[in-house]
Design a protein around this ligand. Structure first.
Ligand SMILES: [Zn+2]
Length: 140
């Protein structure tokens, strides 16, 4: 189920080399070659899924365990003091490769990695109340 011209499908199939950290039947974990910090990892589903909405139930269940394992390992092995779990869906959200990928970005005390910060918007209370009604997220 590889997508033609998808760089992550090519990495998964071994057509493009990668620094592989972990692999099982559903996922491959690699080092990001344009890292935001030392040990920046990507978790990729082996099946071409464009974004979070395309993941299947088995993939969803395994993903968070892998993220946890990767973050913990960065702290144990690299001395990271924390880590981000980051994932972009759609080009509007900054997704540049349209094959789902979860970033694990280790953070180190004083690393000055400011790209992941934002300036909080000043919404009036009414806006928050309206958002709660508009979003109305159903129970699982
Ligand atoms: Zn792909």
């Amino acid at each position: 189920m590889a997508e033609h011209n998808c760089i992550f499908c090519k990495i998964i199939q071994g057509e493009i080399p990668s620094y592989t950290l972990y692999e099982d039947d559903l996922f491959k974990m690699i080092l990001d070659i344009q890292p935001a910090s030392k040990g920046h990892m990507l978790i990729l589903p082996k099946r071409h899924a464009q974004n979070l909405l395309d993941l299947g139930e088995k993939e969803e269940k395994q993903l968070l365990s892998l993220a946890k394992k990767a973050g913990k390992q960065a702290m144990l092995s690299l001395g990271a003091n924390g880590f981000h779990v980051l994932q972009n869906n759609g080009e509007a959200a900054g997704q540049t490769v349209l094959h789902f990928h979860l970033h694990i970005i280790p953070r180190y005390d004083g690393d000055d990695l400011s790209a992941l910060q934002w300036k909080p918007l000043a919404f009036p209370l009414e806006t928050f109340q309206n958002l709660v009604s508009e979003l109305s997220i159903p129970l699982l």
